[in-house]
Each structure stands twice: as C-alpha cells, then as structure tokens.
Design a protein around this ligand. Structure first.
Ligand SMILES: C[S@@+](CC[C@H](N)C(=O)[O-])C[C@H]1O[C@@H](n2cnc3c(N)ncnc32)[C@H](O)[C@@H]1O
Length: 205
C-alpha cells in the first residue's frame, strides 16, 4: 500500500474519449524532491525485502522493473544478484537511476520506454510494478500494460503489482493532500468518480 497520488488523467471510463496521460506534469524533479522521504533508503530496503519474498526471487533471475522511476528498487535487486532491466518514461528518473547504480557499483539495463509497448520477447522470470505505477490510462491502455507484462514473462514467470486498493482509497479519501518539505508545498486535489472507481487528481504547487 502506498499513499502515492495517481497522476492526472481525463479518462471517463470504457469506450469514452481519453486524453493522453501527461507523465511530465507529475513525474519531474518536484516529485523526486517531495517524495524523497517516502522513497528513501529505509523504506526502499523494506520494500525490496517484500518484493524479494513475494516474487520468490533468487540471484541470477531476469527481472524487469516496469516503470522503475529513479531505480530505487531496480538497483537494490541488482545489488542482491538479479539481472535487472528497468523501463521508465521519464528521462530525468532514468538519469538518476543510472547515477545511483554507478554509485552502488551495480549494473542495470535502463531503458526509456512506454509500459504499453515493451521491446522484448518472453525473457523475464519476474516483473515488478511498484508504488502505484499502474492505472494511468483508459481501460484498453491499462489492459495493454497487463498484456505486455504477460507477454514478456517466460512461462511460469511471476508479476508483482502494488497499488492502492479501493477500500483503502474510500477509507482515506480527502479532497486534497499536501506534502511539505522545507516550507515548500505540493498539493494534490483529488476527485473520486464513483461511476468508474477512478481517482482524478489535480496537482498544484
Ligand atoms: C509513482 S512512480 C513509481 C516509480 C517506481 N516504481 C518506484 O517504486 O519508485 C510511477 C512511475 O511511472 C512512470 N511512468 C509513467 N507513465 C509511464 C509509461 N507510459 N511507461 C513507463 N513508465 C511510465 C513514471 O515516470 C514514474 O517513474
């Protein structure tokens, strides 16, 4: 479970017009700044432990970190001996991921790409998608992510997907949430559409 707000999208549900998801609006230097604590060492180590356990990982396994962000999970899995590939749509995050990999002395194949269209055949033993990195598109787009994930997994492979579930969202629903760091504020206003069970956050700074 994470408290990560979903990025803004204008999906109205199956079969209706959907604007392209603007990843650049949400995933930028401000995200790294305000989420530094939530994505810091202690939490990332604990989450890597959990992923290791859930996916029954072993050194040498081929792992894809799908929407890997700045590499906090991918680099840790590589440090534990997995052969890791990380794909993300945000060049800044991949740059940070590569820098962090170099600092840790680990090797990860980082690729810029779109999780709806993966450039590999069935080659991974495991795929992980972590910290609410799913559900950004309309229903056909989200299904494409799942279809592509299934396609790049070897037979018998496993997939771990972590995101907020509906009961948690309903219990914790607030019209806006604020993250503060050193006097700077990041404000997310959220609308919940009960007809589609979708969150529609609007970000303000
Ligand atoms: C909430 S972050 C999670 C990052 C990482 N999994 C973690 O645990 O820190 C969501 C990530 O999804 C990435 N993303 C958004 N749209 C994407 C797309 N179409 N294809 C690949 N990555 C995408 C963003 O760049 C961002 O790094």
């Amino acid at each position: 479970m994470t408290g990560t707000p979903r990025p803004r999208e204008s999906s109205e549900g199956e079969g209706r017009a959907v604007a392209a998801f603007d990843t650049a609006e949400v995933f930028d230097a401000d995200y790294l700044y305000f989420y530094a604590e939530r994505t810091g060492d202690q939490r990332s180590e604990a989450e890597t432990d959990l992923i290791w356990q859930l996916l029954d990982l072993e050194p040498g396994m081929e792992v894809l970190d799908l929407a890997c962000g700045h590499g906090r999970i991918a680099n840790r899995l590589a440090a534990r001996g997995c052969r890791v590939t990380g794909l993300d749509a945000t060049p800044l995050f991949l740059q940070r991921a590569r820098e962090d990999a170099a600092a840790r002395g680990v090797s990860v194949d980082y690729r810029l790409g779109d999780m709806r269209e993966l450039p590999w055949p069935a080659r991974f033993d495991r795929v992980v998608n972590w910290f609410t990195a799913f559900g950004y598109f309309d229903d056909p787009g989200n299904r494409k992510v799942l279809g592509e994930t299934a396609r790049v997994l070897r037979p018998g492979g496993r997939f771990a997907l972590e995101l907020n579930h509906l009961p948690w969202i309903l219990r914790n629903l607030q019209p806006s949430t604020t993250l503060e760091r050193d006097g700077d504020l990041l404000i997310d206003r959220s609308e919940f559409d009960a007809a589609t069970n979708r969150m529609h956050p609007r970000r303000g700074r």
